[in-house]
Design a protein. Structure first.
Length: 309
């Protein structure tokens, strides 16, 4: 009986030692690494010796590394965004301060009127910038919170274009819709963010269009695509986009504009938001020129809910 008890004790001690070495201690290391991240002393968990394991501890280590790496990337993006926002807000504020200081010195009504116009332009730019920053900051939450559902792009675009037709002022670019009759054009998505995409594209096109010009929104299905993806084109009659900037226009706070085009009418966030939303819906968006001096074209391609028979 005594030898059996000794053997049982030895087996128990060995099992406890192995459990401590291969389970308890690694879990304690993961816990300590997670605590380092929680307290802000580290941005991500990286324990290569544990991540290489093929058991549950390895799965846990890889999951924690992936999660903290994603959080670290998100924090870096937030910090970059905050720095960009600070820089972009300072520009109109500096201009406003300079104009106000100069306003006290000018004497002629013409000079005062010119400075007042500059102040109004900077205030509009600042208002648009703050609005777009607010929209951008809420975008991730909206995309993750709202459940995708079938969205009829034909109906959505009809409603959006109808608003522009109703609210357009004399001299502003008209907006017209070209869409096939009887094609519902369903996509899986969220109508709020998708509506924001097409309003941003139309607003951008109108801001570059000459007085009395036309912005054309075209809805069609790509029959050559095996998935029969649904496309929306937004075309303007403006100066077009320099070939080197066809991709740059989607970068955050990009605001380069040709001579003679009002600078303050855009914040530089609209097209960045467009790309973020479209890619979150599994689609693509790109820019191209219609021809020399004929205007720009922005095209969106989204997966269709189902093929037509």
């Amino acid at each position: 009986l005594v030898p059996f008890a000794l053997v049982a004790l030895a087996v128990n001690l060995l099992a406890s030692l192995l459990l401590h070495l291969f389970v308890a201690r690694p879990v304690m290391r993961l816990s300590a690494a997670a605590d380092e991240v929680r307290q802000g002393r580290a941005r991500a968990i990286s324990l290569p010796d544990l991540e290489g394991r093929k058991d549950e501890v390895g799965d846990l280590a890889r999951s924690l590394e992936s999660m903290t790496a994603t959080l670290s990337d998100r924090m870096d993006a937030i910090e970059r965004f905050a720095a960009d926002v600070s820089h972009e807000i300072k520009n109109p504020l500096t201009s406003i301060r300079s104009a106000l200081e100069t306003l006290e010195l000018v004497k002629t009504p013409a000079q005062k009127e010119k400075l007042t116009a500059l102040l109004q332009q900077d205030v509009r730019r600042l208002d648009r910038l703050i609005t777009d920053i607010s929209n951008a900051s809420r975008l991730d939450a909206e995309l993750s919170r709202d459940r995708p559902r079938a969205v009829n792009l034909a109906t959505l675009l009809t409603d959006i274009v109808g608003v522009y037709e109703t609210t357009s002022k004399p001299g502003e670019a008209a907006v017209r819709l070209v869409a096939p009759q009887g094609d519902a054009a369903p996509v899986m998505g969220r109508d709020g963010p998708l509506g924001q995409v097409f309003r941003n594209l139309v607003d951008n096109a109108r801001s570059f269009s000459p007085p009395g010009g036309t912005v054309t929104v075209t809805l069609f299905r790509d029959e050559t695509d095996p998935a029969q993806s649904i496309h929306v084109r937004v075309e303007d009659e403006g100066p077009g986009i320099p070939a080197d900037n066809l991709e740059t226009v989607f970068e955050r706070f990009y605001t380069s504009r040709p001579r003679g085009v009002a600078f303050g009418s855009n914040s530089g966030l609209g097209l960045s938001i467009v790309r973020q939303i479209i890619e979150a819906h599994g689609g693509r968006v790109w820019a191209e020129n219609r021809g020399e001096g004929a205007g720009a074209r922005f095209e969106v391609a989204l997966p269709s809910v189902g093929r037509r028979p």
